[in-house]
Design a protein around this ligand. Structure first.
Ligand SMILES: Cc1cc2nc3c(=O)[nH]c(=O)nc-3n(C[C@H](O)[C@H](O)[C@H](O)COP(=O)(O)OP(=O)(O)OC[C@H]3O[C@@H](n4cnc5c(N)ncnc54)[C@H](O)[C@@H]3O)c2cc1C
Length: 447
């Protein structure tokens, strides 16, 4: 069967075992299952050809970006082709006066920012991994700057998508706002490759802030740190980044990156402003608030290089923990709650971890009410970590929150959707049937 596909697409199709292995897994989900073959698409016609082949042969297609997702999004649930879009990696156009870039889906967030050097503009969404923009749109990713600039939904203006039936749609417009009809662009953002293949994106860019102030504040305990984070939000201070890293996370970072951070729960903050005086006033107020809330030590990043080191440390926290616990598997939670409830959930998360005898780290984007617990377990204890995650999600839902703030549903979070969405889940299933009645695109995920 695959010979037909190879005849049409040549060496863009591979069945090399190592490539199949790397496409049948993600960065965290315990299950692995190789696809039948991997197709490296180089253009829209390659995507359409793969979809047509899948329809004819009754196999499914799983779009693949950079493979950094965490919830089982990429694991085939039956015979499947992995459609790898990493070779569609051109920045097609940068429209500087409009603050807009048009890119292919395989461009990574770092590559886009690299190509923007000299324009005075940047793309803000920064998940810890160097993910592809297609994958980031498909998971509605966010990152450390989301508290100020928004996540993918706020930063993708338009999409080109190929539907399972081979139709190609242009969704959205390169404008800041529109009220024209049902918002199909936003429906495809977060659809995890189940409704269509994203083949082009128009993204919003932002001016690089003239003045930046970054600092780290250390606290006696997590409770004090999370209350201090809430105080920043409640004061209306326009934080551009507001991240929590616990003691264990900092210990792991110190060992992994050779840093010397105080090993106490910390907030990593950053403020952006167009004038030095506004930045100074905001920073002074932030420092005052931190002291009021028990900040023990305040380290200021004085240079751009120090700032880069600070945020590199935050972005490397997961790898530092993986390195800290060799041979362990990680269960990563991703709850988000209304911001006033965030300190209480952080406290509960830590308390439960201690009560259940599990080990792990708590960190995340507390400025968005979103944090992760990274529980490190022996593979034989994975069920215990899953029970812990379930408790945490149910508590977050009871507080009016969500099971996943940014990582998406994949396979792992499916079980919570009914509780989270009630009757709306039925309509999500209807939408899936409408766009993909044959179940070609990433079946078995989300709904
Ligand atoms: C160390 C680390 C830190 C992370 N930090 C964050 C974080 O801070 N915030 C965050 O949001 N996430 C984070 N993640 C998770 C992950 O990076 C994001 O989910 C990211 O958006 C996935 O992008 P990707 O290109 O790797 O997609 P993939 O993993 O390749 O795919 C993810 C999903 O998108 C679909 N997909 C991929 N490309 C397309 C396309 N072109 N069209 C349609 N569907 C497509 C796939 O089918 C799959 O369902 C982190 C992961 C790691 C390993």
């Amino acid at each position: 069967m695959l010979e037909t596909l190879k005849a049409a697409l040549g060496d863009k199709v591979t069945t090399a075992p190592s490539v199949l292995e790397s496409h049948g897994r993600d960065e965290s989900y315990p299950e692995r299952r190789p696809p039948l073959a991997v197709v490296y698409a180089e253009c829209l016609p390659d995507v359409l050809l793969t979809l047509a082949f899948a329809r004819e042969q009754g196999v499914s297609v799983i779009p693949f970006g950079a493979g950094t997702s965490l919830e089982g999004h990429l694991i085939p649930q039956g015979p499947a082709l992995s459609l790898d879009l990493s070779h569609m990696n051109k920045v097609l156009e940068v429209k500087t006066p409009d603050f807009v870039a048009v890119v292919e889906p395989g461009v990574t967030r770092k590559a886009l920012n690299e190509s923007l050097k000299g324009t005075g503009l940047f793309f803000p969404v920064d998940p810890g991994a160097d993910a592809s923009l297609g994958g980031m749109a498909a998971t509605n990713a966010s990152g450390t700057t989301t508290v100020r600039y928004g996540g993918m939904r706020q930063n993708v203006l338009a999409l080109e998508v190929a539907l399972a039936n081979g139709e190609v749609l242009q969704l959205g417009r390169a404008v800041r706002k529109t009220s024209a009809g049902y918002d199909l662009k936003d429906l495809f953002i977060g659809s995890e490759g189940t409704l269509g293949v994203i083949t082009k994106l128009t993204v919003r860019l932002h001016p690089i802030p003239e003045h930046v102030h970054a600092l780290r504040v250390f606290f006696e305990d997590l409770e004090a740190a999370s209350h201090a984070a809430y105080s920043v939000l409640a004061s209306g201070l326009p934080a551009a980044r507001l991240e929590l890293v616990d003691e264990l996370g900092l210990r792991a970072i110190n060992r992994y990156l050779g840093r010397a951070f105080l090993e106490k729960p910390a907030l990593f903050l950053e403020f952006h402003s167009s004038t030095a005086s506004a930045l100074k006033a905001e920073s002074m107020l932030a420092i005052e608030l931190m002291k009021e809330h028990g900040g023990l030590e305040i380290d200021i990043a004085h240079t751009a290089e120090e700032r880069t080191l600070q945020w590199e440390a935050r972005h490397q926290a997961y790898w530092a923990l993986v390195n800290h616990y060799p041979g362990k598997q990680f269960m990563i939670t991703d709850t988000a709650v209304p911001i006033s409830k965030m300190p209480a959930l952080v406290e509960r998360a830590q308390q439960w971890m201690q009560e259940t005898g599990l080990e792990g780290s708590i960190l995340g984007h507390v400025g968005d009410g979103n944090f992760h617990t990274l529980v490190a377990v022996d593979p034989s204890d994975y069920a215990k970590a899953e029970d812990y995650a379930r408790e945490l999600v149910e508590h977050a839902l009871a507080l009016g929150g969500t099971s996943t703030g940014e990582h998406g549903v994949g396979l792992r979070k499916k079980r919570y959707l009914e509780k989270e969405h009630g009757g709306a889940l039925h309509w999500m299933r209807e939408i899936k049937k409408l766009f993909d009645p044959q179940g070609v695109l990433n079946p078995g995920k989300i709904v």
